[in-house]
Design a protein around this ligand. Structure first.
Ligand code: PLP
Length: 376
């Protein structure tokens, strides 16, 4: 099969697998003072340095978590009494807790970029109502469209209003340069499995020594920011993947593949909407809609051709619903409901793009237009 769903998860890098196997072959509780414990501690310390270096952070400000979801939850919980302001295109692991907290949710433009003026207005309104400066959560790169958000600009603006800023950089690291100090954000989320580390590991990273309100309480691990005996092997794999991801190796080649795919798509005659095509985007991601077949039909038909892609976000239930991101960008239900995402990685080559285009052509020719839409 041909894997073109790297924003859902990436294959484990050989270096990550090697680090994990080595860490698993040893044992020891990192909190123990004896030699066994010190070896476990050394794996974690080394990984903490690598993960910090990936985003130019201080190692002491990295908290390992069970993944990006937990890191996002942890960041939002750490806002204290500050009112929450976020955007309509965040990942569910930000949006769901944000909705529960009664957050203000900023609009996005048709390009997929956050409406910064609206966000600014909401920060003011939320702070006025609460009598406290806000806590802002904005993602760096959207998982569905790949659109890169003006986070440095938003952080500068938010800080002039006394707000704190959290950035979910899960999809950006390893694909574009990410520096926590250049972005000027206070909290940053990473997930190991998007960059070739294991699933079930992530980090919340602080820009400065700010409070973290623990979500998991118990022992004093992770400087009291996250209790529980550490998942040493997963953390070691995360560190090894982070070390390799820093080089952004292959990203120019991957961007060329993506651009080639988009150029060929428009050659089928029917109009194709490529979301966010004219704004800064991740080099590996393209999200588009032809409005002819539903996302679900397309994903299944391509799967039969051995090609793995996704319909906007991969919903954990396995059910495909029209993307909240494409809808928030102002596209109609037929367009949102026919959007698919192709996301590439280091294993893809030009032959994969050719296979995709051939399969896409077959799927488009099969059956009358929108024959599958009525009962969707
Ligand atoms: N944030 C974004 C933007 C994502 O794409 C994902 C991916 O699922 C997550 C957070 C959640 O990360 P994890 O799968 O490690 O919980």
């Amino acid at each position: 099969g041909i894997y073109m769903d790297w924003n859902a998860t990436a294959p484990l890098r050989p270096a990550a697998l090697a680090a994990m196997s080595a860490a698993l072959a040893e044992f020891g509780n990192a909190s123990s003072v004896h030699a066994f414990g010190r070896r476990a501690r050394a794996w974690i310390d080394q990984a903490r340095e690598e993960v910090a270096a990936l985003v130019g952070a201080r190692a002491s400000l990295v908290t390992f978590t069970s993944g990006g979801t937990e890191a996002n939850n942890l960041a939002l919980l750490s806002r204290g009494a500050r009112p929450l302001v976020t955007t309509a295109i965040e990942h569910e692991s930000v949006l769901k807790p944000a909705r529960l907290a009664g957050a203000e949710v900023a609009r996005v433009a048709r390009s997929g970029e956050i409406d910064v003026a609206h966000l600014s207005y909401l920060i003011d309104r939320a702070s006025d109502r609460a009598g406290k400066p806000a806590f802002v959560s904005v993602m760096l790169a959207n998982n569905e469209t790949g659109v890169i958000q003006p986070v440095a600009e938003i952080a500068r603006l938010a800080h002039t209003k006394g707000a704190l800023v959290h950035c979910d950089a899960t999809q950006a690291v390893g694909r574009v340069p990410v520096d926590i100090n250049e972005l000027g954000v206070d909290y940053m989320t990473l997930s190991a499995h998007k960059l070739g580390g294991p699933q079930g590991a992530g980090a919340l990273i602080l820009g400065d020594d700010l409070p973290v309100e623990p979500l998991v309480i118990g022992g004093g691990q992770e400087r009291n920011r996250r209790a529980g005996t550490e998942n040493v092997a997963a953390i070691a794999g995360f560190g090894a993947a982070a070390k390799e991801a820093r080089a952004l190796h292959d990203m120019d080649r991957i961007a060329d593949l993506r651009d080639h795919l988009e150029d060929r798509l428009v050659s089928f005659g029917q109009p194709v909407t490529v979301f966010g095509r004219n704004v800064p985007r991740l080099p590996n991601t393209t999200c588009f809609a032809s409005g002819t077949k539903t996302s679900e039909t397309l994903v299944m038909a391509l799967d039969l051709s051995g090609i793995a892609i996704s319909a906007g976000s991969a919903c954990s239930s396995g059910k495909v619903r029209p993307s909240h991101v494409i809808s928030a960008m102002g596209f109609d239900a037929a367009t949102a409901g026919s959007a698919i995402r192709v996301s590439l990685g280091w294993q893809n080559d030009i032959a994969d793009i050719d296979s995709f285009i051939a399969a896409w052509g077959r799927v488009q020719r099969a059956g009358p237009a929108r024959s599958d839409a009525a009962d969707a």
